[in-house]
Design a protein around this ligand. Structure first.
Ligand SMILES: [Zn+2]
Length: 449
């Protein structure tokens, strides 16, 4: 049987060589559009063909993608509504399976932190190669919108804006995954792509088990594209802060207030620690330290309180800085009264997503593909303070060089506004545009590899 890649390369030689510079990977994408629209008249070929592809994606969105988005948004998938998340996962995985991707379910069984099933959808080549050298496309189907919220359904707000819970973050990206796969399949490009989609069930409220599973499912890949919601200025995120969560408990000594000196006031000890953390944040202006919850004492105000607790979160751009802040925090653990006992525990750690030369290369390639699809991407001017599955994927070792980790780029989803609010909305033209950029990247990637 004819190998479509070889056939495309022949087409390239026959039709494209004189009009396109062969030195960039983008030329292969021109090959795809050349084959697709080889009857088009002379002129600015690439612009003409990209225009036709955009039209096709637009038609696909309006005939099918919009319905898929409605089904996904109208199905509540608040992270802790595990039945709802599983139903949303079924809606999208059914569509992907119809296109020939192999869908697999990974239940998260920890009874202490119940979450929906994580899903992967893999191309035939990915299965054949056991995932080696895959490109990961990372999504999540869960949202922050509680089933009791009155914000429940997708509605057309104006001719280009769709409003609904999770529409922007990030159910529109699941629609992009479907539309891109469908177009690639139509032009015989899907089977030869080393493609693995990972659809998380618990991005908005991850668990130890979900994070570990994402890492495991990405193993063997050599790059990852994360489809968190797009930014209005079309920036691609290549670096994100990491974080740690801490809990400190102070144990003092209870006493009646008339014998105050016999007591040790635990609230004062925790208040002192709170101020030490404020000083630490001021000493490291690039860090974020947020004392989020404090509790302790009792309603009996004539007793010296013997218990207080503080919980806080710390964010920083590098592992080194997080480690430095941690050791400074532990050093700050000096009780004012030597009879008091303060214990500090690290509750949770998520590594920063750091950039490497491979990340920059991936960024360049995606930007180039974007340019071809008419999207002008640029690098985010500063590191994102927020986290995503990009943080987790960026800790996956490269299978051929375990001293390095896979490059990850993020915020590749459609533009909109109001993520995590009841005004959450996504722009239709942006869904189509970002899908086009993804198709351009994947078509180019397949033919180059
Ligand atoms: Zn998200």
């Amino acid at each position: 049987m004819e190998n479509p890649v070889q056939s495309l390369r022949q087409n390239y030689t026959l039709f494209c060589y004189d009009t396109i510079t062969a030195s960039t990977g983008i030329t292969f994408w021109h090959t795809l559009v050349q084959r697709q629209y080889s009857n088009n008249p002379m002129g600015d070929m690439s612009k003409l063909h990209q225009h036709a592809i955009r039209e096709e994606l637009s038609d696909d969105f309006h005939t099918d993608g919009m319905n898929l988005l409605r089904d996904l948004v109208n199905q509540n998938s608040y992270t802790l509504n595990t039945d709802g998340v599983n139903l949303a996962q079924e809606i999208v995985s059914h569509k992907l399976a119809e296109l020939g991707l192999e869908v697999e379910h990974y239940p998260l069984c920890d009874p202490n932190e119940p979450r929906g099933n994580i899903i992967t959808a893999s191309s035939p080549l990915s299965k054949q190669n056991d995932g080696k050298g895959d490109v990961i496309l990372s999504f999540h189907s869960d949202t922050v919108h509680h089933p009791d919220s009155p914000f429940k359904t997708l509605r057309l707000k104006d001719s280009n804006t769709l409003e609904g819970p999770g529409a922007y973050d990030m159910k529109a990206s699941l629609v992009s995954a479907y539309l891109a796969t469908r177009l690639l399949k139509k032009y015989d490009l899907l089977d030869n792509l080393p493609l693995r989609m990972i659809i998380n069930s618990a991005e908005e409220n991850s668990s130890e088990q979900s994070r570990e599973m994402i890492r495991k499912l990405a193993f063997g890949a050599n790059r990852a594209l994360v489809f968190e919601f797009g930014r209005g200025d079309n920036v691609i995120v290549t670096e994100r802060y990491g974080f740690k969560k801490f809990i400190a408990t102070a144990k003092g000594q209870s006493a009646h207030v008339r014998e105050y000196a016999e007591g040790v006031n635990a609230i004062e000890e925790i208040a002192q620690l709170t101020l030490q953390l404020k000083a630490l944040r001021e000493a490291y202006p690039d860090s974020i330290i947020n004392q989020g919850k404090i509790r302790g004492g009792s309603d009996t105000l004539n007793r010296v309180p013997d218990f207080a607790e503080l919980r806080w979160e710390m964010r920083a751009a590098s592992r080194e800085l997080l480690d430095e802040l941690t050791s400074q925090t532990m050093a700050a653990d000096q009780s004012m009264d030597e009879r008091a006992e303060i214990t500090i525990c690290e509750e949770k750690f998520i590594s920063p997503m750091e950039s490497s030369p491979a990340t920059q290369e991936l960024f360049q390639n995606y930007t180039q593909a974007g340019a071809l699809a008419g999207v002008t991407f640029s690098a985010a001017p500063k590191r994102e303070h927020g986290l995503s599955d990009g943080n987790i994927l960026s800790t996956v070792p490269l299978s051929h060089d375990q001293s390095k980790t896979i490059p990850v780029i993020d915020a590749l989803g459609a533009n909109g506004y109001g993520a995590h609010t009841e005004k959450e909305s996504v722009y239709i033209d942006s869904i189509i545009e970002r899908t086009h950029a993804l198709v351009a990247y994947l078509a180019e990637y397949e033919l180059r590899s």
